[in-house]
Design a binder for this molecule. Structure first.
Ligand SMILES: [Zn+2]
Length: 566
């Protein structure tokens, strides 16, 4: 009996120990969720204002945007904190986790005081673009920022601080592979940082190109991809709606008089691309869902050829999709074109995610999605809806400032104006022995009274004591040698830009331009929507923290706790 009891006891103990062991083992396995990340995939949708994801959600499939929104940590209330919400400014902020005041990219274009002319952000005469084919023809440049470029060279030299990608390279002793791909040069170059490699779509040729900063000659796989002449396959074809028109919320908003026509591209569907020797052919490709599809196709070739995410050392790939922004500029964010390009991008993203799962695996991938800025509707559209809005003429702003200058006895006190900055004629002010601060304030006050201008901020007024949120955004944008003397903030929905093919703009400090989505998806990240206010400067430090790294050198943001909870 005694013996039997012992046997029963022992088997009880064994059962308990076994149960504990099993349970312990389970818990142990559960705790082993330290992610094994092999690829950081940072997706930036150029010009994707945050509310557009809500507006078009019914048109999305299960595997694109909705997949990230439902399965990731989705931040619905993220806002840029700088005033000049433009492409290079937003991308570099995402890449570095800091403000333009530190990373130095204060606008797509600024006035080079020393040279006395405009500078395009990433231009670099010492880093020419590598020709991708013989007898390259030149397309007509309609990007108003790129048009200002003095040279065809491109490099990140002008970015003043390291990016997350730069730090990743340092952390892993140069063993991480780091790449930036985009429809636009500035989006690829900024995200690739100083040590990564960048490729972008050429509106001259439809090829993905790079510069001598990155390579002496094209890698074979790039020449092979370009040799397929994929863009030219769309010659004579059109951009048509993906679905029946009745499926769209904005079906009635196709033909609007204030939409732009890219010389035959038309205001209504279908939009014909024209023939491949047409000077605007490759631009029209970018101003359509095809631009994003080609960007994806090239990125897949890159992932395969460079073997991204195939070993324990995490690689970094930034893909910036540029077509939503391009479409917005010509048709506006409340057009049928905008709805279709985003619905088609949803399918492109689904394709990308399936490819990543197959080649790298979701369990080895951290996906981050954000946008570089939002977008304003055209003032004519807002006026139709009952808003007060209009178009500000840059020349009128200059004339008003010069009028104030004459009161101080100076003719043409404005040296240069390129939105948002007014640059004053320093020498004239010094020669006249004027109190510079007094002059600046007088001009700023006169411009603030100007119809359509909300606030003109003299740089000398950007003291830290100023708590006005607009002034704080202007201060975050201020770099001592690149910024101008007076920052012009237009009233909401007012258009402040040169006359040209572009009819809708972003670039203001207002919420439609600062509000962007931020989503993190990866192993160990719980699905939830976060509605507290966060900022794009938080993105780079969050990626760094997720990988157990120190944040980039000049970081101003904080790691997002919801992404790090394990
Ligand atoms: Zn942009």
């Amino acid at each position: 009996m005694k013996g039997n009891r012992w046997i029963a006891r022992i088997s009880q103990i064994i059962m308990v120990v076994l149960a504990l062991f099993l349970a312990g083992d389970f818990t142990y396995a559960d705790a082993q969720t330290e992610p094994d990340i092999r690829l950081v995939l940072q997706i930036t949708i150029d010009g994707l204002r945050a509310d557009l994801l809500n507006r078009y959600e019914n048109g999305f499939g299960e595997d694109g945007f909705r997949f990230l929104m439902d399965k990731g940590a989705y931040y619905t209330n993220a806002h840029y904190q700088h005033a000049n919400t433009e492409t290079i400014v937003g991308h570099t902020t995402l890449a570095t986790g800091t403000f333009p005041s530190q990373h130095g990219m204060i606008g797509n274009v600024w006035f080079d005081r020393e040279a006395g002319e405009l500078a395009y952000n990433i231009e670099d005469p010492d880093s020419p673009i590598l020709p991708s084919r013989e007898n390259e023809s030149t397309g007509e440049q309609v990007d108003p920022a790129q048009k200002k470029s003095r040279t065809q060279g491109r490099s990140p030299d002008v970015i003043l601080v390291p990016t997350f990608g730069d730090d990743l390279a340092a952390y892993y002793g140069g063993r991480s592979k780091i790449f930036g791909v985009a429809g636009k040069d500035r989006s690829a170059v900024s995200m690739a940082g100083h040590v990564g490699k960048a490729f972008w779509f050429s509106t001259n040729t439809g090829d993905f190109v790079t510069s001598s900063y990155y390579y002496d000659a094209y890698p074979d796989w790039v020449s092979k991809w370009n040799g397929q002449r994929k863009a030219e396959g769309y010659a004579g074809k059109s951009w048509s709606l993906l679905n029946d028109a009745s499926a769209y919320l904005l079906a009635a908003q196709d033909d609007r008089p204030y939409e732009a026509d890219l010389k035959g591209y038309g205001r209504i569907f279908p939009h014909p691309f024209g023939q491949s020797d047409d000077k605007l052919f490759h631009t029209r490709i970018l101003v359509s869902p095809i631009g994003d599809q080609l960007t994806l196709d090239f990125s897949k070739a890159l992932i395969n050829s460079e073997k991204l995410g195939q070993d324990d050392i995490p690689d970094y790939l930034s893909i910036s999709f540029s077509s939503v922004d391009a479409v917005n500029h010509f048709f506006g964010p409340s057009s049928l074109e905008n709805e279709d390009v985003i619905v088609q991008l949803d399918r492109t993203l689904a394709d990308l995610f399936a490819f990543i799962d197959k080649t790298v695996g979701f369990k080895h991938t951290l996906i981050v999605l954000a946008a570089d800025h939002g977008m304003a509707d055209m003032p004519e559209y807002m006026t139709e809806l009952g808003f007060k809005a209009g178009r500000l003429e840059p020349d009128e702003i200059v004339a008003e400032a010069n009028k104030v200058g004459r009161k101080f006895g100076i003719d043409e006190i404005v040296r240069f104006f390129y939105r948002p900055y007014l640059y004053l004629a320093d020498e004239k002010i010094a020669t006249a022995k004027l109190d510079r601060t007094k002059v600046e304030h007088a001009i700023a006050d006169a411009l603030t009274d100007f119809d359509g201008v909300a606030l003109a901020v003299a740089s000398s007024r950007l003291s830290a004591q100023q708590t006005d949120p607009l002034i704080e955004q202007v201060r975050n944008n201020y770099h001592v040698s690149r910024s101008g003397d007076i920052y012009i903030v237009q009233e909401p929905y007012w258009f402040l830009f040169d006359k040209g093919p572009v009819t809708a703009m972003h670039g203001s400090p207002w919420r439609y331009d600062t509000h962007v989505p931020i989503v993190f998806f990866g192993p160990t990240i719980d699905a939830h929507r976060v509605h507290r206010r966060v900022h794009p400067v938080d993105v780079a430090p969050t990626i760094a923290a997720f990988l157990g790294m120190t944040p980039p050198a000049s970081v101003q943001g904080s790691a997002l706790v919801e992404v790090l909870k394990r």
